[in-house]
Design a binder for this molecule. Structure first.
Ligand code: URA
Ligand code: URA
Length: 299
């Protein structure tokens, strides 16, 4: 069977599965309970107050509350609406194993160079055929989106159906929760950069295979070399294990800082997992507070 025929057949098969409702697990809407469920992406004073109140109610963090962390102390914002910050605190990081890439990033590029490099890489990725199945099944590749000089990169797993259709990471149900998490951290989606481990949607929303992850890793590596973020937040097992070259489960990886090149890395649960697992939201909020403290954003 030639590739086009295979693509058509698989596409039809996927559409019929989707039409039958078989490609998605039902996503339970959770009760409004956690800081990132209580704010919208708008960083208005009311919303920020809601974060403070809810953070104050939540006595579960492993972090020492800082002197400015009391409810009511709204953050000063800069011209772009980003909270003003003190210099990021160097956090004690954990060396996982010698396979993690700890080489320093190369020289930082100008904004123009970054844009040009990301644009040309995005086009290169759009034509990628390293994975037969993924390149035959995708509607389009999903490269990454956001601030090309980010302090923080969110590193996800792989596009789902919505992302495959729109061409942007985290635009579906999990993406809406991610937006709330970003908002609760007093940032906006445009302030951060969002990218995935794998740039094509795996059929039936299965996990990417090890060879698909290996094929795509070079793109993520080059993307991070261009972006050179201070912080990377891995969303879920696949992202964390790929970046940190480990097989440890999320439960062992979260709550700590790791190093990848010059970036400080934290690991938390995937938003899609949070949609199914109410009890993990509190833990992700703890992780986000740890991250905000390191970024110098007062809670
Ligand atoms: N899940 C991911 O890991 N990435 C996306 O872009 C969307 C859902
Ligand atoms: N398993 C995953 O793949 N991701 C999570 O976030 C939690 C469990």
């Amino acid at each position: 069977m030639d590739l086009l025929k295979l693509q058509k057949t698989l596409g039809e098969r996927l559409e019929s599965l989707a039409a039958a409702g078989l490609t998605h697990l039902p996503l339970a809407r959770s009760r409004v309970e956690f800081a990132f469920e209580e704010v919208t992406v708008n960083d208005s004073a009311t919303n920020v107050s809601a974060v403070h109140e809810s953070a104050a109610q939540m006595q579960t963090s492993t972090l020492e509350p800082g002197p400015q962390s009391l409810a009511g102390s709204l953050p000063e914002v800069n011209a772009r609406g980003m909270p003003k910050r003190s210099v990021a605190k160097p956090m004690p990081t954990i060396a996982l194993n010698e396979e993690v890439d700890l080489r320093p990033y190369g020289p930082s590029c100008s904004d123009e160079e970054r844009l040009a490099l990301l644009n040309s890489m995005s086009q290169e990725v759009a034509g990628c055929t390293r994975c037969n199945i993924l390149s035959a099944c995708r509607k389009q590749t999903v490269f990454g989106v956001g601030n090309f000089r980010p302090r923080l990169v969110f590193f996800g797993e792989a596009p789902g159906a919505d992302e495959d259709r729109v061409g942007e990471p985290f635009v579906g149900a999990a993406g809406q929760l991610l937006d709330k998490i970003i908002g609760a951290c007093k940032m906006k989606r445009e302030d951060v950069y969002i990218m995935n481990t794998v740039k094509c949607r795996p059929p039936d929303n299965r996990n990417p295979t090890p060879s698909e992850m290996a094929n795509c890793w070079e793109y993520a590596e080059r993307q991070l070399e261009i972006l050179q973020p201070e912080f990377i937040c891995c969303l879920g097992r696949v992202a964390a294990q790929t970046l940190l070259k480990t097989e440890s489960p999320i439960g062992h990886l979260r709550g700590k800082f790791f190093k990848y090149r010059d970036s400080q890395v934290i690991v938390t649960y995937h938003p899609a997992y949070l949609l199914r697992t109410e009890s993990a939201k509190k833990l992700t909020w703890d992780d986000m507070r740890m991250l905000m403290a390191a970024m110098g954003i007062s809670v």
